[in-house]
Design a protein around this ligand. Structure first.
Ligand SMILES: Nc1ncnc2c1ncn2[C@@H]1O[C@H](COP(=O)(O)OP(=O)(O)O)[C@@H](O)[C@H]1O
Ligand SMILES: [Mg+2]
Length: 252
């Protein structure tokens, strides 16, 4: 089996005349944590959505865990199962309990029996510190707990890679830490992760590699200590300055 879990080459995506991705190359190796940073509108979400084919790229190739997603003959449902996705808005099913949220796709998509789905769901709720919430409804949880439940739901499908799109940006500040702690733990356990985030401290401490995206291209890429600590490009520097000094940025 290949050591590269996600391989994107020459990806282009436009919405009408708006060119959003202008030739992206990206690879994530097994066990690697890659963080994508960049200004709003630079194409980060579109890139993640193209990686699991929620959006269809106009050009380029996407291979995930040995499946070429951009091959018209690929079994897309089977391929997608190896990809876990966590969004900014938690997207739990409001009419299902936490446990049911974690078992429904296991049963319908992976055809697991009730007992096995239940066991895997509980294991993953324990992993994110929510075992006491199995019977709760999503509306009874805080935003941070809902996001941890959404992470546990994705993990229950036992994906080869987890994609996170700004998983903490809809949370009250005091709840961000719990979600980041779960993500950090996943990273420590060796999960392969591609994370769009504005949490620079998290990126510095957890990412093996950081990509700075601007205007549909990867401007700069490398270890966090370089890209965040000593950025080479002016565009990276000015973005980091704005993110790390939000008060000054709005005054300017
Ligand atoms: N489905 C869509 N239809 C039209 N334009 C879109 C769509 N999705 C995103 N865009 C546009 O693509 C650009 C990049 O968006 P996005 O990938 O969400 O950026 P980011 O996640 O970096 O903020 C934005 O200008 C956005 O308005
Ligand atoms: Mg986005």
């Amino acid at each position: 089996m290949s050591d590269v879990i996600v391989e994107v080459t020459g990806m282009h995506k436009a919405f009408g005349s708006l060119e959003v991705l202008k030739g992206i190359d990206l690879s994530v190796r097994r066990g690697e944590v890659v963080c994508i940073i960049g200004p709003s509108g630079s194409g980060k979400s579109t890139l993640l959505r193209c990686v699991n084919l929620l959006e269809e790229p106009n050009a380029g190739k996407v291979v995930v865990n040995g499946f070429e997603l951009t091959d018209p003959d690929v079994d897309i449902d089977k391929a997608r199962r190896t990809i876990g996705m966590v969004f900014q808005s938690f997207n739990l099913f409001g009419h299902l309990s936490v446990l049911e949220n974690l078992t429904v796709a296991q049963r319908k998509v992976l055809k697991r029996d009730a007992a096995e789905a239940d066991r895997i769901a509980r294991d993953n709720l324990k992993r994110v510190g929510l075992l006491d919430k199995v019977a709760a409804m999503p509306s009874q949880l805080s935003g941070g707990q809902q996001q941890r439940a959404a992470i546990a739901r994705a993990l229950s499908m036992q994906p080869a890679v987890m994609l996170f799109d700004e998983p903490t940006s809809a949370l009250d500040p005091e709840l961000v830490g719990d979600v980041l702690a779960v993500m950090r733990q996943l990273a420590d356990e060796g999960m392969t992760m591609l994370v769009v985030t504005h949490e620079m401290q998290f990126a510095r401490e957890v990412a093996d590699r950081v990509l700075f995206m601007d205007d549909g291209t990867v401007v700069e890429e490398g270890p966090a200590a370089n890209v965040i600590g000593q950025p080479r490009h002016e565009r990276t520097r000015s973005f980091l300055h704005r993110v790390l000094n939000p008060v000054h940025a709005t005054e300017a």
